[in-house]
Design a binder for this molecule. Structure first.
Ligand SMILES: Cc1cc2nc3c(=O)[nH]c(=O)nc-3n(C[C@H](O)[C@H](O)[C@H](O)COP(=O)(O)O)c2cc1C
Length: 449
């Protein structure tokens, strides 16, 4: 079997310094002067990729017009008291530690204790991508990080950046924040539509340093505690946190226990420090995740180095975690949790791996169809096209150049592009282990389609 060599970056077509493009968009949003510019911007100054893909079908607003044609909706936001589907009932204000732990597990069990999760990804874990991953085995998913202040203040931001539908559950809605009252205001708007409100305590980007959120709050643990307590004491839906580790294990454990005591009901641990930004360069420390799992009583999810299902099994076994999150690898291969793997993870002598009769172009077409039902800005679709077809573009760089030359995308152009790649004779299969081939996986997902 001949396997495709890979280039060092899986983000071809993008400047590598822009791996997390929305962090830059949000960074601008954090400054009020730019905010004003944003809200008064005329169409002529808009980046064409920020248009919603629905615009091609004459649908300019995600809020109403499109929701009738699909089950997706930008949700009517209100701070009225919701009636969430949470199994927790009333806020945790008066509960002692043991009761809170019990409630955390009751809720997690009610959700079916999902093991395989789509990690939060700015500009990448949006509704259609979540739905695609769910089809291929993901048991739960996070939204991209939302900026709590902008979310609470700006309706346009809410309608564009947060969409969901009734099948999009269990769902974690993630916010970055540094003010408990503002965080609560934003959280109240989403709590009827999600299963956890998550606090981003792991973003290591420069913009998070400037905005004082994400992993930079690790320098101010009392502030983190107040954020968690505020939500735990006032929301009906439980609060979860996604953290990075400290370089000192004991600090990480103390941190995790503090979060649990403050009312956190579920903890996702990314096993890298905030200085270990490059996921390809630094392996996640699963031992630290194991230590956290042993130190707290709430459910713990492991994050880092989940590239295929063998990693999932090893990670769950080695850390004892209750589930895993995957990010970068899912972007290339949204069918990862259904047992498919890219050629990169197939050893040449591993004869048990066979063509899974599914490839990344098939997945892209499925994704595009979901985008037709659940409109998102074109910049997000463009980003997914590059990530899913990166290997294909390396073989036919002129196809990528044609894509990059399009300042305005259409679905027609993208479907034609996939056909052109196929006509050029390109096909890079996704592989499955023999026993999984063409049948239902352990996640109950039938991979024959
Ligand atoms: C494109 C991209 C965007 C991301 N955005 C977020 C985010 O919004 N919130 C967050 O907590 N982590 C974010 N992350 C980090 C991932 O959730 C995850 O913690 C990290 O990539 C490690 O997981 P992995 O080894 O499976 O890639 C992002 C990662 C990527 C690749």
């Amino acid at each position: 079997m001949k396997f495709t060599p890979r280039s060092p970056s899986s983000f071809s077509g993008f400047n590598s310094s822009l791996k997390h493009p929305i962090y830059f968009v949000l960074s601008s949003n954090i400054f009020p002067s730019f905010m004003a510019t944003l809200s008064t911007q005329t169409d002529s100054h808009e980046d064409p990729d920020d248009r919603l893909c629905a615009a091609t079908s004459g649908c300019s607003s995600l809020q109403q017009n499109c929701s009738s044609s699909s089950s997706s909706a930008a949700l009517p936001m209100s701070s009225e008291s919701p009636s969430p589907s949470s199994s927790l009932g009333s806020p945790a204000r008066c509960l002692n530690g043991e009761w809170r732990i019990d409630r955390a597990w009751t809720h997690w069990k009610k959700l079916g204790q999902p093991k395989l999760m789509v990690a939060p990804m700015v500009d990448n874990s949006e509704l259609p991508f979540r739905m695609l991953c769910r089809k291929y085995g993901a048991g739960a998913a996070y939204t991209p990080m939302l900026h709590s202040r902008i979310f609470s203040e700006n309706e346009k931001y809410r309608t564009q950046e947060f969409t969901t539908c009734k099948e999009d559950r269990p769902l974690f809605v993630q916010f970055c924040a540094n003010d408990p009252d503002i965080l609560l205001e934003a959280a109240r708007m989403v709590e009827p539509h999600c299963d956890y409100v998550d606090i981003n305590l792991g973003c290591p980007q420069r913009i998070a340093r400037r905005g004082n959120y994400g992993a930079f709050l690790m320098d101010n643990l009392p502030l983190i505690k107040s954020l968690v307590q505020k939500l735990a004491d006032n929301l009906h839906v439980p609060v979860s946190c996604k953290i990075r580790i400290f370089s000192n294990l004991q600090d990480t454990i103390t941190y995790a226990r503090m979060l649990e005591d403050a009312g956190c009901s579920l903890l996702a641990v990314h096993g890298r420090t905030r200085d270990e930004k490059d996921g390809k360069k630094f392996r996640a420390d699963w031992n630290a995740i194991k230590a956290v799992k042993g130190a707290v009583k709430i459910p713990v999810l492991a994050n880092g180095n989940i590239r295929h299902m063998d990693d999932v099994h090893r990670c769950l076994e080695e850390t004892g975690a209750d589930g895993v999150l995957s990010a970068e690898s899912l972007l290339e291969n949204p069918a990862l949790f259904a047992g498919f793997r890219t050629a990169e993870w197939v050893e040449a002598d591993e004869e048990s791996n066979i063509d899974g009769k599914l490839d990344q172009a098939d997945l892209l077409v499925e994704y595009l169809k979901l985008c037709e039902s659940y409109p998102v800005p074109w910049r997000i679709i463009r980003s997914h096209v590059h990530k899913m077809l990166g290997d294909w573009f390396r073989i036919h760089p002129q196809v990528r150049e044609d894509l990059n030359a399009q300042s305005r995308l259409t679905f027609e152009f993208l479907y034609d592009m996939v056909n052109r790649l196929r006509e050029l004779g390109t096909r890079i299969p996704l592989y499955v282990k023999g026993s999984h081939a063409g049948g239902p996986t352990e996640n109950g997902v039938d991979t024959r389609n």
